[in-house]
Design a protein around this ligand. Structure first.
Ligand code: AP5
Ligand code: ZN
Length: 217
């Protein structure tokens, strides 16, 4: 199974990706998590990406496409994968088509901007695993601590209100066009891809149920 999760920052891609990947036994390929790992490791890529991410802008298509191609060569991608936060621009989506990488389902999680601002301000993450919590909507068992490792949770530096507003603007100007890109690919009938739009408002379990219902159909 090869999936793309589309959606604005804070729509719940990471939260739902973890559940979908566990259910179908496929790896979660989050370009955001990969970049944060590079920042943490202090690699040249991480140093360059940090400034861009903290400003809420997008890292260059060439870098991202290179990262994803390298990741897809790992053996765990043999039976499928889920892209979380990729593709994010038309050139990134075209690179997948050009590379002949077929996609079974594109799942769009739709959430209005007002709901997103509240979700981002309460988000807490475990950096090493990418596990995501929310102080109110999805709290860890012990406040401020990851459920699995017991390590501390942090607030992402790009979750400051001003940066979230910038990220939403970037989403609307550069990423939202992918909705039309994939819908027209499906409409042309030259692709086996299915396009699924999910209402992302509601609690985490409810949104998961909607996604699994649509994928199993
Ligand atoms: P990335 O890490 O991909 O961030 P994003 O797309 O902005 O998405 P988020 O991770 O912020 O949100 P999410 O949809 O995963 O929501 P989550 O599940 O965490 O990218 C970060 C940066 O890296 C980019 O800005 C860019 O600079 C760079 N980058 C990454 N990929 C790139 C690419 N392909 N090209 C170029 N640059 C790239 O949920 C959010 C919060 O809400 C959590 O607290 C969660 O607990 C809570 N929540 C989730 N679901 C619900 C629900 N149903 N009800 C209530 N609360 C909920
Ligand atoms: Zn995410």
């Amino acid at each position: 199974m090869r999936l793309i999760l589309l959606g604005a920052p804070g729509a719940g891609k990471g939260t739902q990706a973890a559940r979908i990947c566990e259910h179908y036994g496929i790896p979660q390929i989050s370009t955001g998590d990969m970049l944060r790992a590079a920042v943490k490791a202090g690699t040249p890529l991480g140093l360059a990406a940090k400034k861009i991410m903290d400003a809420g802008e997008l890292v260059s298509d060439d870098i991202i496409i290179g990262l994803v191609k390298e990741r897809l060569e790992k053996p765990d991608c043999k039976n499928g994968f889920l892209f979380d936060g990729f593709p994010r621009t038309i050139p990134q989506a075209e690179a997948l088509v050009k590379a002949g990488i077929p996609i079974d389902d594109v799942v769009e999680i739709a959430v209005p901007d007002e709901v997103i601002l509240e979700r981002m301000s309460g988000r807490r993450v475990h950096v090493a695993s990418g596990r995501t919590y929310h102080v109110k909507f999805n709290p860890p068992k012990v406040e401020g601590v990851d459920d699995v490792t017991g390590e501390p949770l942090i607030q992402r530096p790009d979750d400051k209100e001003e940066t979230v507003k910038k990220r939403l603007e970037v989403y609307h100007t550069q990423t939202e066009a992918l909705v039309g890109f994939y819908q027209s690919l499906v409409a042309k009938g030259d692709s086996k891809t299915k396009y699924i739009k999910i209402d992302g408002v509601g609690d985490v379990n409810e949104v998961s149920r909607r996604i699994f219902d649509a994928l199993d159909r």
